[in-house]
Design a binder for this molecule. Structure first.
Ligand code: ATP
Length: 228
């Protein structure tokens, strides 16, 4: 549960029923149907009206993206078109330097001082959270929704930071602006950008794993070594 005494989060006024704003960051190299479907599952299960897709310009803790940030942003734009709960936020691509989530959350917190914010993270990302830049500040700025993913399991013993912040239900997220961690049951989709890039190289990419406009964009721009 969020505890303003220890987390720095703000208790939300009970008369204010602001829904939670979902923050879905990623390299999106490229965005795939897994991203869209799990984000929608989170949005529907939590009191969340919208999810901001925030492509990273220079992601940390991983190899450099293959596609230029302009292409990755455009593919996310095409992918979210037609999903009423999804929006794009291009601030990390406009900002110079590494794409630190804590800086993005600080900016959003300034813009939306009384709205609960919630980082949406796959379990693979959560398991590396303590390697993130200024990671201890993340829960002062936002809640975290954890999504399962094929091939990854919750640790048998949760780390202390998680136990202290654990919330039982999504309804807890509207009580504070930040500070809770909630697990969300999402469809188990064995789709990753790495797998998608392999399929593209083989020329076998299809609309089961990528939205059709993204398939067409990749073909038109011969991205990821798509056979021309
Ligand atoms: P790559 O294979 O290049 O590492 P990725 O498919 O993991 O890419 P990212 O853009 O790195 O995609 O992921 C952004 C976020 O989406 C991360 O929090 C990641 O855990 C989550 N995510 C991606 N695919 C899935 C999936 N199929 N199920 C659940 N979460 C996912």
């Amino acid at each position: 549960m969020c505890d303003p005494e220890v987390s720095g989060a703000v208790v939300v006024d009970k008369t204010d029923t602001s829904p939670v704003v979902g923050i879905f960051g990623g390299t999106f190299d490229p965005v795939h149907n897994g991203h869209l479907q799990v984000a929608e599952a989170v949005r529907r299960q939590l009191p969340m009206d919208k999810v901001l897709f925030i492509p990273a310009a220079v992601p940390l803790l991983r190899v450099e993206p293959l596609a230029d940030s302009v292409h990755r942003l455009e593919m996310v734009r095409l992918a979210v078109d037609g999903w009423p709960g999804f929006e794009i936020d291009d601030r990390e691509i406009r900002r110079a330097g590494p794409s630190y989530s804590v800086v993005t959350l600080e900016e959003l917190r300034q813009e939306l001082p009384s709205m609960p914010l919630c980082l949406i993270l796959g379990i693979d990302a959560v398991l590396r959270l303590t390697e993130w830049y200024r990671w201890t500040e993340l829960l002062e700025l936002a809640h975290i929704a954890v999504m399962g993913r094929p091939g990854w399991r919750l640790p048998t013993v949760l780390p202390d930071w998680w136990i202290q912040a654990r919330a039982d239900t999504g309804a807890d997220l509207v009580k504070c602006t930040a500070g809770s961690v909630v697990c969300v049951d999402v469809p188990r989709l064995n789709i990753s950008s790495t797998g998608v890039r392999t399929e593209i190289l083989q020329g076998t990419v299809n609309t089961e794993i990528l939205p059709e406009p993204v398939v067409n964009y990749i073909k038109d721009h011969a991205l990821y070594g798509y056979p021309s």
